[in-house]
Write a protein that binds this ligand. Sequence first.
Ligand SMILES: [Zn+2]
Ligand SMILES: [Zn+2]
Length: 363
Amino acid sequence: MPYEVRGVVARGKGQPVTVETIVVPDPGPGEAVVDVQACGVCHTDLHYREGGINDDFPFLLGHEAAGVVSAVGEGVTNVEVGDYVVLNWRAVCGQCRACLKGEPQYCFDTHNAAQKMTLTDGTELSPALGIGAFAEKTLVHSGQCTKVDAAAPATAAGLLGCGVMAGVGAAINTGAVRRGETVAVFGCGGVGDAAVAGAKLAGASTIIAVDIDDRKLEWAKQFGATHTVNSTDTDPVEAIKALTGGFGVDVAIDAVGHPKVFEQAFYARDLAGRVVMVGVPTPDMEITLPAIEIFGRGGSIKSSWYGDCLPSRDFPMLVDLYLQGRFPLEDFVSETTGLDGVEEAFAKMHHGDVLRSVVVFEK
Ligand SMILES: [Zn+2]
Ligand SMILES: [Zn+2]
């Protein structure tokens, strides 16, 4: 029978979110119900609430989560009841043109649950990124569940489901940072600091963090930045060149997604270097660059969708590295809160006071 649980709902553009009773159906074919243990608060949740993603209100927010599978539908073979999983929004379909080319990290047709979760009056909810995990239970496609080592606390492991994976993946997957390379990361919030940590993991010798907030530059140092540049008072391109023998970095990562910042990343890179955009721009933004500079500098300009991750490959690997003390996953958790703390967490995030607030559920 369907479950009635509490969840965080955004009912209309710009309206504060509310904690409401939601109805979660029994899992149908290929679906799973997950008892959520923890779910991080991400900028994308706030964008949904502000109507910045689409107008499919009401939304069930939350998408960076870990929990335990409590029921599975017909035909589910990749997980079973009791499995500890991190939820993902790239449930690889196996059939789209990316998957058929052997590049499932770009899958264009991720699986989501076919059934809808609803309010008690039957109104269908749109789950954020096809997940909706600010809820005691959520219904997902079984492919959205990636089993990881249960020794990792849910507060930390859940963050791999979005922001931390995006940042780490921008460095190790999209940017393909190699041992001994030089890296600059622009923007040192959760995603940017994860890119710093990813560059360190990959063995970068110089990691330059750029931000306009000294507090964030301090965070970046904790995650492995070897140098910091406050771009309010210093030209970051000149500073980065000065720190790299006059040449610029091998990999420049824009974790802000603003034309001005992208331009800095573009010019802060050595000849034949890579520029990676992982920060998400708004639809009205435009970038103008001299074509001769694009040609003359060589290398590549790439964007990084979800860190070009393959959840089945990357989530268990990063959890294992965390458990071995080689990746500081839990350092991204600034504070924990309850379901009723999401609005306050949005405000703290907006002011840049936290890397991540994480909603935890009482057992
Ligand atoms: Zn696919
Ligand atoms: Zn997110």
